[in-house]
Design a protein around this ligand. Structure first.
Ligand code: PMP
Length: 356
């Protein structure tokens, strides 16, 4: 029987994606071949790549607006490096908002390319909020932010209006809520939360921001090369791209981002109201910045942990322990996690209260 999977990533995907992926491993498109053994240049796989790229743009409302979608290798972490390589001018500077561990990793990579201004940081409060009222230097080549902080359970609810390219790491909340995605010039996300299995990274880039850094960029790290080769510069991650396409199709059939946003809001409301109501628990993120994807919370009295953990196990809840930098618990409620799973967790929390 399937568990209630709260893993922060890789994480739960829609059941139909597991089933269709499994079928494709055995016999892809009734071809008598497995998806794992076909050429990435075969007609059937080129169609997968083309549809996945087009559907990503369609779901984000970005088709026909000068954007390209790419499915690259190297995870979101390689984008930390590719972004300054492609966008930071020689002798230029970049601006970063420091909202957590991943933002910090992005900053570290940018620093090796040139001047990297941290416009604001919430590090001193263990990243429990998103800084406000920061000023971005107008001469920066780009501004980088992280829309959802997977580890600290915070989410940006608003984004600045700037006169420069805005780059956003949306690894842990892409396709989960409606935003004006055309505000962003480069969006990237490792697949392994709301899109598919680990192994591919979605990059959505506005073409006209490229080719201006004045740097000689190695081909594999050059977005222009990947665009020119239609995301097939080298062998793409065939299976993760296929499973990502299935997830994007699932989302489209459900009604797209606007439809999943409502479900995600209902899940978050259910869990956060229990965290706030139940005297045994407390949330770690400042309420106005709470993430609808990753809810981080603690037991007020650690002595309840053994019983709570045992009750969660008994209820077939998986992946709930928090990241070591926050402790406690983290309930990741990505797109594919059903509302019923959140109800199971809330029931366990209530039951713990009644037993103590
Ligand atoms: N950014 C965010 C917001 C993340 O949550 C993660 C991974 N969980 C990363 C970047 C790093 O992604 P990857 O492992 O794909 O490099």
């Amino acid at each position: 029987m399937k568990k209630h999977n709260y893993s922060a990533g890789p994480c739960i995907l829609p059941q139909e994606v597991f089933e269709k992926s499994a079928q494709a491993v055995l016999n892809f498109n009734n071809s008598g071949l497995s998806i794992l053994e076909i050429s990435h240049r075969s007609k059937d796989f080129v169609a997968v790549m083309d549809e996945a790229r087009a559907l990503a743009l369609e779901l984000l409302g970005l088709e026909g607006k000068g954007y390209q979608a790419l499915f690259l290798h190297g995870g979101a972490s390689l984008e930390f490096l590719m972004i300054p390589y492609n966008l930071m001018k020689v002798d230029g500077k970049a601006a970063y908002l420091d909202t957590g561990t991943w933002a910090n990793s992005a900053i570290k990579e940018a620093k090796s390319f040139g001047e990297t201004v941290i416009v604001a940081s919430s590090k001193s409060e263990n990243y429990n909020h998103i800084p406000k009222g920061y000023v971005v230097p107008t001469d920066a080549d780009y501004f980088h932010c992280t829309s959802n902080n997977t580890i600290f359970g915070t989410q940006m609810k608003e984004f600045p209006n700037l006169n420069m390219p805005m780059v956003c790491d949306m690894s842990s909340d892409i396709f989960s809520r409606t935003l004006d995605f055309s505000k962003f010039d480069l969006i990237y996300a490792g697949a392994q939360k709301n899109m598919g299995p680990a192994g591919t990274t979605l990059v959505v880039v506005k073409e006209d921001i490229l080719g201006k850094s004045g740097r000689t960029i190695p081909n594999m790290l050059d977005y222009k090369q990947h665009i020119e080769k239609e995301s097939m510069y080298n062998t793409p991650a065939v299976f993760p791209v296929y499973a990502s396409l299935l997830t994007l199709q699932w989302l489209k059939n459900l009604g797209g981002i606007a439809a999943i946003e409502k479900i995600n809001q209902a899940k978050a409301n259910l869990l956060y109201s229990e965290i706030d109501r139940n005297p045994l628990f407390k949330g770690t993120a400042v309420a106005e910045f709470r993430s609808n994807m990753n809810a981080t919370f603690l037991l007020n009295d650690e002595a309840h942990a053994p019983l709570f953990d045992a009750m969660c196990k008994e209820a077939r809840i998986s992946g709930l322990p928090g990241h070591r930098s926050v402790g406690g618990y983290r309930a990741s409620m990505y797109n594919a996690l059903p509302l019923e799973s959140v109800q199971v967790l809330v029931d366990v929390m209530k039951e713990l209260e009644s037993r103590s």
